[in-house]
Design a protein around this ligand. Sequence first.
Ligand code: F6P
Length: 501
Amino acid sequence: MNANQNQAWNAIAAEAERLKRTTLLDLFAADPARAEALTFTAPHLVADFSKQRIDAPALAAMAQLATAMDFEGWRERMFAGDIVNTTEGRPAMHWALRASDPPPEIRAAQAKMTAFAQRIRRDVDSVVHLGIGGSDLGPRLIIDALGAHRVRGMTMRFAANIDGADVRDAIEGLDPARTLLIVASKTFTTQETLANAAFVRAWGPAHLAAATAAPDKAVAWGVPRDNVFPFWDWVGGRYSLWSSVSLCCLIALPSGIFHRLLAGAEEMDSHFRTAPFARNLPALSAAIQMWNREALGHGAYALIPYSERLRLLPAYMQQLEMESNGKGVSRDGDKLSRSACGVTWGAAGTNAQHSFFQLLHQGVEEIPVELILNAGAHEGPPSHRAKVFANALAQARALMVGKASSEPHRAFPGDRASTLMAIDALSPEALGALLAFYEHRTFTQAVLAGIDPFDQFGVELGKEMANALLPTLEGGAAPADIDASTAAWLKRLRAQRGNAP
Ligand code: F6P
């Protein structure tokens, strides 16, 4: 760490010590303009950080860190297409996929997808999308979130898991003669996806298509070359929902919807690219995530969308944040003394209130909460909308205000932090902006920690070991050099082979 970075962390530590001696309610009492001063906007999004344990001097210390970590330089390099995925020696250009004037090869790929989507809708009434991780979570979220727009009569099914129940359920009740199978895999080598794809191909779907950065592998597997929709090495798996990985969205959503999603994301890109740190919503939010994790020591945060249509957002965000920033060494390979992110977890409100909010209110540890509202029109009974808002506002307020009681079990400590955000509507544009906001926040957190958010070497070891153990579970000899626990499990599970009905 250089002298400027050290100085910034010293300033952050001093601000944190000061703020730990106060309460959130004290901060509001001391500054009548606090709610307004700590509310920031970006396209389609407003975020209120006033219930976080921060204030202007604390944010200034985080801005000092951003300068010391060359935030502006890294941001510029990413948007210039320079190599920002340093460990793999490539750029990260997912943002180029949503540019309104993309390079010709992106434009051509998009036109090919749009034409295919329009054509295939005449031949099929169901789509089975197989992929995992970034080749699954994004399109699944888009389809679910924009469900109100769905093309009538088009059934969408997803399967990701190597547990066969998933893929069996995915084809249940469908007519293969009216089904398109999409295999989405950047590498076209992923065990789960290829095993599921082989099973569904054998069932005899009328059409096969693939979304991949390895088109030759898809063709060799049996997808007609015309139905292979490429994307590029410079699109990371968890940043790939803007690419052909979302082909199913172009089929299941009416024409134009996917492009509106891209347009919303582009609006957020230009905000992130041009706004100074002090007004840059993804950057400020990253600073607060980092502040909570490293200045205040909160190991996790809970992400609670108060919107049923955004119920898959926590699962999507787990990959985006923890696969990107769950690293222990810097870009240069030095051991980190501070984490680049904490644990992301959550579920849709209000359901979450009736399961784990007990711990958020009365558990020993404080876990900051991020609540997301859809401020626009809601589906379903009109009377529900106000109730959704009342619940979200009440939870954020209850976490902060707490409640004294002479009975210890009924007391709420309060003084617990939250961020309240709202999208202006659950429109394709706002969803695009929200997802781009989170991508840029993740990137900024990585910059603040000095890591590469675009690799994921941490997923490899388990994959290698699974491949090494598989032959034994399929009846081969047990490996010689293996620990006693794994050896015992191999023996136990081999003795219990068999399929459920
Ligand atoms: O195992 C992790 C991972 O590599 C993710 O990064 C990726 O999104 C997922 O697997 C799927 O990979 P692919 O798209 O190559 O099948």
